[in-house]
Design a protein around this ligand. Structure first.
Ligand code: DXP
Ligand SMILES: NCC(=O)COP(=O)(O)O
Length: 249
């Protein structure tokens, strides 16, 4: 991701371009084309999640992105031996470890770091040594954040799904509680020396309070923007999100 220190970075997740492509089992829309357009629209990075079941992003997509991108690639993956080998082969700018369950529709929670500390520490070391910036996708839970520091990961990405769901469902007291949890988690993580990112479910009408959190350095946003691209075009959707993020700082 570009390294300007006060600008909140925007990573564009292109998973769901691949969802549309795979719906017919063909070749378009091409995730790489979307990634290149996102670069031109001002994305500071591209995020892609190679799931174990390859329901959207596929191995060839990752290879093309590694080859062709001019902005950093944030490679999301489960902490498995298969993905470890793929990450070491490609050496992406960043690797984000996320929990996965085949039966889930989308990422349902944060990575269980505290209960898997020794394994994750051993898993992370070779990735960091290979030059990838390792991030852990965690809930806004102090136990998981304090454990994340011990693994050697440089970054945590706070799961904003519960905040977004509460907002979308009109449960505004719950939303405000989730937002407070995220703010406290960002402050704790920053104080512990971790770089703080956030993402999952963010949309035009929910991004503002998250973008306003001073410790947050990067947002990763995908599903909503890919949907909005149907109406605004991908550049239009990214441009509007960028303006909302800048207005919040
Ligand atoms: C970790 C996260 O919140 C997303 O980046 C992840 O990619 C969600 O999985 P799907 O893209 O399969 O919904
Ligand atoms: N890690 C969050 C991400 O990359 C995008 O999540 P979403 O906006 O697709 O829900």
């Amino acid at each position: 991701m570009s390294q300007s220190h006060d600008r909140l970075r925007l990573g564009i997740n292109i998973d769901h371009v691949a969802t549309v492509r795979n719906a017919r089992g063909g070749y378009f829309p091409d995730p790489l084309r979307a990634a290149k357009l996102a670069e031109r629209a001002g994305a500071d990075g591209i995020t892609a999640h190679l799931r174990e079941d390859r329901r959207h992003i596929r191995d060839a997509d990752i290879e093309a992105l590694v080859e062709e991108l001019t902005v950093p690639l944030n490679f999301e993956m489960a902490a498995t031996a298969e993905m470890h080998a793929i990450a070491l082969r490609h050496k992406p700018h960043a690797v984000c470890l996320v929990p996965e369950k085949r039966e889930e529709r989308t990422t349902e929670g944060g990575l269980e770091v505290a209960g898997d500390l020794a394994r994750l520490t051993d898993f992370i070391a070779p990735l960091a040594e290979a030059g990838s910036r390792v991030s852990l996708f965690v809930a806004a839970d102090p136990v998981q954040i304090e454990a994340s520091v011990k693994t050697g990961a440089a970054v945590i990405e706070l799961h904003t799904g519960a905040y977004c769901d509460a907002h979308n469902e009109g449960r505004f007291d719950d939303r405000d509680l989730e937002l407070a949890r995220i703010c406290n988690a960002a402050e704790l993580a920053h104080g512990l020396g971790l770089e703080v990112h956030a993402g999952h479910g963010l949309a035009f009408d929910s991004v503002g309070p998250i973008a306003a959190i001073p410790e947050v350095r990067e947002l990763n946003i995908g599903h909503f923007l890919i949907g909005e691209a149907i109406f605004l075009g991908l550049d239009g959707a990214i441009g509007h999100m960028r303006r909302l993020m800048d207005a919040a700082r």
